[in-house]
Ligand binder design. Sequence first.
Ligand code: PLP
Length: 423
Amino acid sequence: MSNDLTNCSVNGVSRRSFLRTLGAASAAAAALPATGAFAQQKANPAPSMGGRRGGFGSDMGEMRVLNPDTVIISSNENPLGPATSSLDALIKTASMGGRYHQEEAAKTTAVYNDLFGLKRGYTALGPGSGGLLDLALMSNLGPDKPLVYGDPSYEQGPRAADTMGAPKFPVKLTPTYAHDVKAMLAAHPSPGAYYIVNPNNPTGTMTPRADILWLLKNKPKGSVVIVDEAYFHFSNDESVLDQVAADQDIIVLRTFSKIYGMAGLRAGFAAGRPDLLRKFTTVAPPARSLASISITSAAAARAGMLDKDLIPTRKKINADNRAESLEFLTKKGYTIIPGSQANFFMVDVKRPGHEFQQAMLKENVAIGRTWSAMPTYVRVTVGTKEEMAKFQTAFVKCMDMPTSTTAELYIPEHHIPTELYRG
Ligand code: PLP
């Protein structure tokens, strides 16, 4: 994390939620595979992810042991894992791990700034974007500073509002599953923050850049627009990151967990005006030791950004596999949410989604969860071609099973997604 965040003070936030906020997983990010295992992993960039699931720390969250053959397409991870360019950088840097080498993070931030035309002081690098997202949300929310957000969307928004005792104003997505910025503006006269996820999780759909610019222009003074671009690299649209350089009231989040395949290595950025980033320190204690990124992850993230082929190659693989599965489902007559530009999509299973998820697990396919706004839809992450073939077979089999008529719809208000099991 940048030096802007080194002198933070705790403000009504429990130690537990603070640790969750900062992503305690960062400490484990430097784990180095043995040379033999590393060579094997490079030869097979889609390592089996079976046999594990749940939180990052042994005492955190639910641990579910899965059959090692399980196809895991539940948490929007990238089955390709880190690119060779990132792995090479990681292994080169690991031997330097005996020293702090804070310049590694600074070098990675400089590359990011360069890519997006950002000045020094406009970016914070952290172990994943989730902790930074919490800081962005929490530092702008409170009992008199509500959160306005899309429904359905990523639950980290309303969860941060709960932590801060902030009123919540969910706003239904438009018929094309974009954030309804006009309805968001009308939802409250003076919110602390508007949270926009683009592409949206779980629908994968886009909110046009013009709509976000309209909200920025028309929103009340004093509120901030937080745009979560965790999945943006998969999309064809234009980012709003330039609005950060233009000194607007905006914070944009990006992560290395998705297209870069570094979910477990933990790296992400928040970009915003220096005064907005400095506000993070009102909800977090001194951060350098707890929230700093390992030198291995910093180097891997930097190498990924400098790898010119990485994004176009992976974007195409994802788009091809997504299109193939969506075509399969549509041809079979199932109802999907159209327009996903992410590495996941939603499909209507015409029964409680949770029940269907369990049935799929029995077929060794772990799919994603449901959202209270659409409880019969499940979210499916795009895996490899082979994984999607297994998904399709299991999907048809489970859809042909009788629906349990007595099962209640599984509709928690916003239950904790697997990505958030960390604390
Ligand atoms: N934002 C969205 C919309 C997500 O779906 C996720 C994780 O899946 C995150 C943020 C946090 O990702 P990470 O902390 O791995 O960067």
